[in-house]
Design a protein around this ligand. Structure first.
Ligand code: ATP
Ligand code: MG
Length: 591
């Protein structure tokens, strides 16, 4: 099962896996980023500098929880360091005082660790470099390459020009070095209100690249920072800070997403002007996934406006949401290997992620029987009060997982969708007069139905069983076309189960109708809570985070809020490879 899924190109034979751990994730298929790194090592590009190793970093801004797109970047940066015997830093890009919070810092550390990566003692904060950056700025001022501007933000924009029209120089552009230095120091000392002045790089207002039209390096912001407190009222812009952070940490390969390609000439300009260590920037395509959004800003909005129950809502594409839903770190790492790394943007089918999960859990998850929408089934010829323990296989993919005993009795629950009074062609499950197999138990034949007098709904089935079919086979070679899961009513434990569908109804969640908000694409049916589900008794002890396959239904995971006596399971994924096809073919219901 699930072996029909393409897993991308195999890893080419390569010497690069120094320091790699064995097994899954040790070697990723090569890609253009890895080729650049390999070539640099071959030519000794970084030899004699620092320790000559490959040094990458993952630089999140702590303004939200990490999502699956970040996992792609984490896998790439930490993966390359691991494969090439290098190092990877975790660096919080916390240059923006108003949006960053301690809660995010902690969640990000937890998520990176959970994914299986380790920054050892290399945990850094960009805010620790504020003083160095400030000194670099003075250096540029002294070299006549930066100036203090009095234009307001709107005026700066108005002076920038357009794609076809060059920008105009600010009237303050030609201040003397002395005046610039004096003003910049007074900016730092807090003499001016927010927005009164900026420090700008003096590059070229006519450059075809907007990023080079005298970009702002510092703005005045009297705001407290989560680490530096009120020490600064001057904060660096992303464009000024980011390349410096990589330079200060002696990063060799600054791997970032494609939208920074046009910023590279600016980073190059800053580093050249300062004469400091100059990493190689490499841009790759950011991950986009169907039926969801990967933007912290949008995800934050969903949380704040209550469209989801939190950052870790199992419908969210965040790592904490995927974890709560039941995803394993292995499945996410494998997903990243499958999608690879390229230089063009595209939307990855979310089924690739789900398939990665199924591939992993199919091998590992123990099986159990659970009935989500119970229908009573009474076996009239089974002795009243009798109970048998039947042997059930824990995982057919793993003989080592052993077997367990499942109690069987006269009254059972089966899935409501497994019975139809008037079955269409190709519906092979239970129907009046028909015989089916109960998994690990007996053949039963439906002999009667009981309906609710008022609604006409079938509320109970009556059956007879064939004692000779114990274990699930008939000695006379009689065949049945369906095998159903079941639980014994006398032994079943009750649980709540949360079924999830895509968070957005559109494959391209960003494809918004004119005049409408992006949230109009939210799927109103993304969560269905099913109460009164009946589970086999072995699940009574399930602990939060435990993953299990409910036979024929999918993979489920006990929620952190689950308690003995008040169990809650999240559906991680359906068993698409087998059951959905059967359902589709059968025209069966939608469990
Ligand atoms: P968002 O738009 O979600 O806020 P971001 O790029 O602003 O994303 P950062 O915290 O700055 O988020 O990202 C940290 C690192 O993760 C960056 O190097 C960034 O390139 C990378 N990254 C972010 N989103 C994706 C994505 N969808 N696919 C691949 N890498 C990503
Ligand atoms: Mg960002």
């Amino acid at each position: 099962m699930a072996e029909n899924i393409s897993s991308g190109p195999p890893a080419p034979p390569s010497p690069r896996n120094a320091g790699a751990s064995a097994g899954e994730g040790a070697i990723a298929p090569s890609d253009f980023v890895r080729e650049i790194v390999a070539e640099d090592l071959k030519t000794g590009r970084w030899d004699g500098r620092w320790d000559g190793r490959v040094h990458t970093r993952f630089p999140p801004e702590p303004n939200g929880y990490l999502h699956i797109g970040h996992a792609k970047s984490i896998n790439l940066n930490f993966g390359i360091a691991r494969e090439f015997g290098g190092k990877c830093n975790l660096r919080f890009d916390d240059t923006n005082p108003t949006k960053e919070e301690e809660e995010y810092v902690q969640s990000i550390e937890k998520d990176v660790r959970w994914l299986g990566f380790d920054w050892e003692d290399r945990l850094y904060f960009a805010s620790d470099y504020f003083e160095t950056m400030y000194e670099y700025a003075e250096q540029l001022i002294k070299a006549g390459k930066a100036y203090v501007d009095d234009l307001s933000a709107d005026e700066v924009t108005a002076h920038r020009g357009t794609l076809t029209r060059p920008g105009r120089n600010s009237p303050y552009r030609d201040r003397s070095v002395e005046e610039n230095l004096d003003l910049f120091r007074r900016m730092r000392a807090g003499e001016f209100p927010d927005g009164a002045k900026t420090l700008r790089a003096k590059i070229d207002m006519a450059s075809p690249n907007f990023n080079l039209r005298d970009p702002v390096m510092y703005r005045i912001l009297h705001a407290s920072h989560h680490r530096t407190g009120d020490a600064w009222c001057l904060y660096p812009t992303y464009d000024w800070a980011h390349g410096l952070e990589d330079s200060i940490e002696h990063i060799t390969h600054s791997i970032c997403t494609l939208e920074f390609e046009n910023h590279r000439p600016l980073y190059d300009w800053f580093l050249e002007a300062l004469g400091v260590h100059h990493p190689q920037q490499i841009e790759f395509a950011r991950l986009e996934l169907s039926y969801t959004v990967l933007s912290k800003r949008k995800l934050l909005q969903l949380v704040e406006e209550g469209h989801v129950r939190g950052w870790d809502d199992p419908r969210m594409p965040t790592l904490s949401g995927l974890r709560r839903r039941g995803y394993t770190p292995e499945s996410i790492r494998n997903f990243c290997r499958r999608i690879g790394v390229a230089k063009f943007n595209s939307i990855v089918d979310i089924r690739v992620l789900e398939d990665s999960l199924r591939d992993d859990l199919n091998k590992r998850a123990l099986r159990a029987m659970a009935v989500l929408r119970p229908l009573r089934l009474v076996i009239d010829n089974y002795p009243e009060g009798k109970t048998e323990d039947l042997e059930a296989v824990n995982n057919p993919e793993d003989p080592g997982a052993g077997t367990r005993r499942v109690p069987f009795g006269r009254v059972l629950y089966i899935e409501r969708d497994d019975f139809l009074e008037d079955p269409p062609k190709k519906f092979y499950r239970l129907a009046p007069g028909r015989e089916v197999r109960l998994r690990y138990a007996y053949f039963v034949r439906c002999t009667g139905i009981v309906k609710d007098e008022r609604t006409g709904e079938v509320v109970e089935l009556h059956c007879t069983y064939d004692p000779a079919t114990r274990g699930g086979d008939s000695p006379d070679g009689r065949k049945v076309k369906a095998t159903l899961h079941w639980v014994s009513a006398a032994h079943a434990i009750e649980a709540e189960v949360q079924l999830y569908d895509h968070l957005f109804s559109k494959e391209d969640a960003g494809d918004v109708e004119e005049g409408k908000d992006w949230k109009s694409n939210l799927n109103p049916k993304s969560l269905e809570v099913v109460k009164g589900c009946q589970l086999e008794p072995s699940l009574a002890e399930a602990k939060p985070g435990d993953r299990v396959q409910f036979e024929r239904l999918g993979y489920f995971c006990a929620d952190p809020d689950s308690r003995p006596g008040a169990l809650v399971f999240n559906r991680t994924a359906v068993l698409k490879d087998t059951w959905a096809k059967v359902q589709k073919r059968d025209g069966g219901g939608n469990l």
